[in-house]
Design a protein around this ligand. Structure first.
Ligand SMILES: *[C@@H]1O[C@H](CO)[C@@H](O)[C@H](O)[C@H]1NC(C)=O
Ligand SMILES: *[C@@H]1O[C@H](CO)[C@@H](O)[C@H](O)[C@H]1NC(C)=O
Length: 322
C-alpha cells in the first residue's frame, strides 16, 4: 500500500513527498513524483543548520532561553514541516473574565505545579505523520480529568476521535473546539486505546454498544486568557491539564530550554496539552506536552515562557469537565 511504502521510506530517512497531503482535490493523493531526492533532503538539512545557527545566535547571554538544533525534523523544509504537522484550526475564543469561572479566582498560586507529579498524565505519544494533534490534546485532557477524579490513568483512543469526530478532518487537521463540541453534544464514550488503537491514518468510525464502558464528558470551557496567564494557571489547578493551541513553527528545531523568542502569537496551528507551570526561576514557563514522541524537546515536552502570551499559548484554552 502506498502509504505504508512511504512510511518505510520515511523510516529509512528518505522522507515523504508531501507538499499537499490533503486538499489536493480529486485524484490519487500520492500521485506525485516519487519520494524526495537526496539532493532535496540535503538542501533542507543545510537550511536547517543555518536556521539553528541563526536562532541560537540571537540571545547568547540568556542562559535559560531555548536551544535549537538537529532533531527528527531537520531534513524537512519549514513548509513541509508545517504541511504535515501543524494542522490545528482555530476560531476566536471569548475573553476570559472572572465571573465566568467564579470557582477559580480565589485560589492562591503555588510557584510550581505539574499534574505529572500527581501521576494523572499519560505518556507522551507520537502522532507520526498524522495531522491529529487536535485529537491528541483533547483525549489527553479527558484522560487526566478522569485520573484526577480517582479513576485509573489509562490511554484512551485518539483514533476514535480522528475517525468519528464528524466535524473535523481526521489526520488532515481539525479543531479542538469542534472535537469538544462533538464529545459534549453526542455524549460519545471514548474507549481505551487498546480497544481502538492509533493507526496514524484516517479510518471509518467504529461504533461500540451503549453498554460498552467508556469515558464521556459533561461539558467544557473555551477561553482566551491572554493578559491573564495567572488566571489561566488557576484554571489549570482547578480543572486539570488544559488544551491549548499554539504557533509551533519554530518548534521544528526545538531541543530544550524556555521558548521565549521566535514564537508569534498571531498564527495558531498546533494543539497541545498544558500540564503545569514553573515560576521558580528568573523566567517563568508553562510545561507543555506535545505529541511528537518522547525524543522531541524535553522528553516530549516544551517549556514556553509564561506571562506574555508566547506562541499564543493563552489565546485558545480549553478545559474538560466530567
Ligand atoms: C542564569 O542567569 C541568571 C541571571 O541572568 C543568574 O542569576 C543565574 O545564576 C544563571 N544561571 C546559570 C545556571 O548560569
Ligand atoms: C455540554 O452539554 C450540556 C448538556 O447537553 C449542555 O448543557 C452544555 O451547555 C454543553 N456545554 C457546552 C460548553 O456547550
Amino acid at each position: 500500500m502506498a502509504l505504508r511504502a512511504l512510511w518505510h521510506l520515511w523510516l529509512l530517512g528518505c522522507c515523504w513527498c508531501c507538499g499537499s497531503g490533503r486538499g489536493a482535490g480529486p485524484g490519487p493523493t500520492f500521485a506525485r513524483p516519487g519520494p524526495r531526492s537526496r539532493e532535496r533532503q540535503a538542501a533542507a538539512f543545510r537550511e536547517s543548520l543555518n536556521r539553528h545557527r541563526y536562532l541560537n545566535s540571537l540571545f547568547p547571554s540568556e542562559n535559560s532561553t531555548a536551544v535549537y538544533g538537529i532533531n527528527q525534523f531537520s531534513h524537512l523544509f519549514p513548509e513541509e514541516f508545517k504541511a504535515i504537522y501543524l494542522k490545528s484550526k482555530t476560531s476566536r475564543f471569548p475573553k476570559y473574565s472572572a465571573d465566568l469561572l467564579t470557582v477559580i479566582s480565589k485560589l492562591p498560586l503555588p510557584l510550581r505545579f505539574d499534574w505529572r507529579d500527581k501521576h494523572v498524565v499519560t505518556q507522551v505519544r507520537n502522532q507520526q505523520m498524522c495531522g491529529g494533534c487536535w485529537a491528541f490534546s483533547v483525549v489527553g485532557a479527558v484522560e487526566s480529568a478522569y485520573a484526577i477524579k480517582g479513576k485509573p490513568l489509562e490511554d484512551l483512543s485518539v483514533q476514535q476521535v480522528i475517525d468519528c469526530s464528524y466535524n473535523n478532518y481526521g489526520c488532515n487537521g481539525g479543531s479542538t473546539l469542534n472535537a469538544l463540541y462533538w464529545l459534549n453534544k453526542t455524549q460519545v464514550k471514548l474507549v481505551r486505546d487498546s480497544e481502538y488503537p492509533f493507526k496514524a491514518q484516517n479510518g471509518l468510525c467504529l461504533y461500540f454498544a451503549d453498554t460498552h464502558s467508556g469515558f464521556s464528558i459533561k461539558g467544557y470551557s473555551a477561553h482566551d486568557f491572554s493578559d491573564q496567564e495567572d488566571e489561566m494557571a488557576k484554571a489549570l489547578l482547578t480543572f486539570g491539564p488544559l488544551v491549548g493551541i499554539v504557533d509551533a513553527v519554530s518548534w521544528q528545531d526545538y531541543l530544550g530550554g524556555i521558548i521565549q523568542h521566535h514564537c508569534s502569537s498571531g498564527e495558531a496551528n498546533h494543539a497541545v496539552i498544558i500540564t503545569g507551570f514553573d515560576k521558580t526561576g528568573s523566567t517563568p514557563y508553562w510545561i507543555v506536552r506535545n505529541s511528537w514522541g518522547s525524543s522531541w524537546g524535553v522528553d516530549g515536552y516544551a517549556h514556553v515562557k509564561m506571562g506574555d502570551n508566547t506562541c499564543g499559548i493563552a489565546d485558545f484554552v480549553s478545559a474538560v469537565f466530567i
